[in-house]
Design a protein around this ligand. Structure first.
Ligand SMILES: Nc1ncnc2c1ncn2[C@@H]1O[C@H](COP(=O)(O)OP(=O)(O)OP(=O)(O)O)[C@@H](O)[C@H]1O
Ligand SMILES: [Mg+2]
Length: 387
């Protein structure tokens, strides 16, 4: 069993905000950080010790990252599994190519979940127009057509309300191989955030309750409003999935809570996750430190919640001619600003988030929503003053 100690180098495939926060926590612990990403100025590159600019499918760049690192992990599951396999021969890669091969393809993921007996939406594969109509029969209307690969933040998926819209939906995905799912009229969305270490031990962060807008995570609230029995069922599903995959590191399992307290798994992410950002400031051990601990072969940390917390995402939409007036956030002593250092701004792009800690989740949520609304309006309450 290879343990990686502070002073050694953690290599990350991907240099976005997840890698940046992993790097911040790893650096605090004394690790060095190496990043491979096509953007030499991306969020994690800005704070890396070793930069390897390159494409995710460039074997030369991946080899170079492996040679400069003591362990390799990732901030995106959209890295070719074959490339991971290539570097597994050089250095430990956690999670492994085998985990990625299943998770990065929605159809493979659904089939794997089905084989594990995990409850999920009705689904059917689509690879041509004939399948499309057959799959809609399985899923029923409304349904959601999702490309098998490369989706995030609702990209690569389209809701279909009526049989007449099927062909248009399929064309809008470029006729890429896809999965048809039934549309779930859920009561709530939650996520299980767990870590699995090299010995198979599991630790759970408090379950997150998530609100999406336009298929993009808007807000996470913790503790989640779910009965204890439902929470332990959700954790049991997470444990089954992570253990069956042989996963190492943090994992997020997104679930729909349906009427009568039913649970359906939406999707699995083999990495730190946006719905776990609250832990960076609200828990004894953040998801980022926990992931570093797991992939470095250290014992897992205590994931307990210190205070009720609400995280709200800051999207590019609130950037106008200049950046938002940060006094809107910073005037509140219990609100903590996280910005990812992204230079390119576009609508829907995740630029940062605000974490609000409170006496209870309701008051934290009210403050977080009022900050988000003020940022959207573009006028800081109290103008440019702090009062
Ligand atoms: N079958 C469904 N029924 C109802 N809502 C859905 C369904 N699939 C997706 N959604 C909604 O869209 C959101 C994003 O979908 P999903 O998680 O599948 O996509 P993604 O683009 O991979 O997102 P992520 O950024 O989490 O990777 C979900 O959190 C949910 O709110
Ligand atoms: Mg999702």
């Amino acid at each position: 069993m290879t343990r990686i100690w502070p002073g050694e180098t953690v290599g990350i495939l991907g240099g976005g905000q997840l890698a940046r926060m992993l790097a911040l926590e790893a650096r605090r612990m004394g690790y060095r950080i190496a990043i491979l990403d096509p953007d030499p100025e991306g969020p994690a590159m800005q704070i890396a010790d070793v930069r390897v600019p390159g494409a995710f499918d460039d074997p030369q760049a991946a080899r170079s990252l492996a040679e400069k690192s003591d362990v390799i992990t990732l901030d995106t599951e959209h890295v070719p599994a074959a490339l991971l396999e290539l570097i597994e021969a050089i250095k430990p890669v956690r999670p492994s190519a085998d985990v990625l091969r299943i998770v990065q393809d929605r159809l493979e993921q659904r089939r794997f979940l089905e084989a594990q007996g995990v409850p999920q939406v009705r689904y059917a594969p689509v690879s041509d127009v004939e399948d499309l109509h057959a799959a809609a029969k399985v899923a029923g209307f409304p349904c959601v057509l999702k490309a098998r690969r490369s989706g995030y933040d609702g990209k690569g998926q389209v809701r279909v309300g009526h049989p007449d819209e099927l062909v248009g939906a399929w064309r809008s995905l470029g006729e890429a191989p896809a999965v048809m799912e039934s549309f779930v009229d859920f009561e709530r969305e939650i996520s299980v955030l767990l870590a699995r270490d090299l010995e198979g031990n599991l630790r759970f962060h408090p379950i997150a309750e998530n609100v999406h807008r336009r298929h993009i995570l808007h807000l996470t609230r913790v503790p989640a409003r779910v009965p204890a029995q439902l929470a332990s069922q959700a954790e049991e599903l997470g444990a089954r999935i992570a253990s069956a995959l042989g996963h190492i590191g943090m994992m997020a399992i997104e679930l729909f809570v349906t009427g009568n307290d039913g649970l359906l798994v939406n999707e699995v992410a083999p990495r730190v996750h946006n719905s776990g950002h609250y832990s960076f400031g609200a828990c004894v051990t953040s998801q980022f430190e926990q992931h570093v601990r797991a992939v470095c072969g250290l014992p897992l940390g205590d994931p307990s919640l210190l205070r009720p917390a609400v995280m709200v995402n800051l999207l590019g939409d609130i950037w106008r001619d200049s950046g938002p007036a940060w006094s809107t956030v910073l005037r509140h002593p219990t609100a903590r600003l996280h910005l990812y250092g992204k230079r390119r701004v576009s609508p829907g792009r995740k630029m940062g988030h605000v974490l609000v800690l409170g006496e209870d989740a309701d008051s934290a949520s009210a403050l977080a929503e009022s900050i988000a609304a003020a940022l959207e309006r573009g006028t800081p309450p109290g103008g440019s003053t702090w009062t």
